[in-house]
Design a protein around this ligand. Sequence first.
Ligand code: G6P
Length: 367
Amino acid sequence: HAAEKGGYEHFMLKEIHEQPKAVRDTISPRIHENEIDLGEIGMTDEEIKNLRKISIVACGSAYHTGAAGKYVIEELTRIPVETDLASEFRYRNPIYQENSLVIIVSQSGETADSLAALRDAKAHGCKVLSIVNVVGSSIARESDAVLYTWAGPEISVATTKAYSCQLAVFYLLALKFAQIRSAITPDTFQTLLTALKQLPDQIEGLLSQKEKIQFFANHYLATEHIFFMGRGIDYAISMEGSLKLKEISYIHSEAYAAGELKHGTISLMEEGTLVVALATQDALYPKTVSNMIEVKTRGAFVMALSTKKHPDIEKYADYVLYIPETQNLFAGSLAIIPLQLFAYYVSLGRGLDVDKPRNLAKSVTVE
Ligand code: G6P
């Protein structure tokens, strides 16, 4: 196995480092001279213009990419999007309507609940597009169309590179739909496309900060609870950061929408409680800062993630990590990298089986 890990101690760390290439391999074949080509989805411009609703259905981390995808697609295309857990969607008698699209997201393409949701949607005559990593998997075969993520084989139970590729596919889809529907100007399209193309290099740059994150992680090996908070896309990324941590460190963690703090989670704040605050979204920045102040007042230790646009964050956080400048809609692709590394180093420091955490499976093919 040592050779397969390419010199890394674990598959997870190897796969974290493969993300620049995985994201590049996923986006570049679909970008031709400042245009996006998604011929694979087999939809006419007319069908795309007529879309009235998109339902994103998935489990686990794939669901979290859907949670982020919802913000990006709605913002750019103005098509209403609902994001659902497959195990909820399939049993709730979902409303299928004309001119709607169901998107199933799955790394393995074999997750039982996601496959069942796909079959239900198809049985109701709904068009199903899937975002899948494993070529020829059940979900890929049964969908009307597939947008493959080109992450390559993912071995570590905790997904990293497939997750990042799924996010990238959502950006491509949102941009393409927005362009066809004239929901954004050609200028905005080009600005966003340029930012999208820069993501692989920016992810690479973040990986070089790993010692800093390991140093920080080593201070939290014995902690019992960790909280992640954010608003908008930062909330979607918080959910993934929290899941990653709990999966492989066995530390209880939860993510909450920062605005919900006062509706419950604030009662758990004590002296020294670690709160990871994501504040990458410019329009929401002052709101998230006010939540940081609220938890700090109760004794929390705040580690914040933001951009250099907001250097004043140092006043409100105890420890700050900066992600490179990108478009707000794509910030999640950068913010997740330190969170993956944080989970990895906490697990490593606690001496746990990083790649094969107890009780978890890479692919859940039974109910
Ligand atoms: C399992 C894996 C997760 C994954 C989820 C959905 O829980 O451990 O990493 O996100 O299944 O899997 P899928 O293959 O459908 O993306």
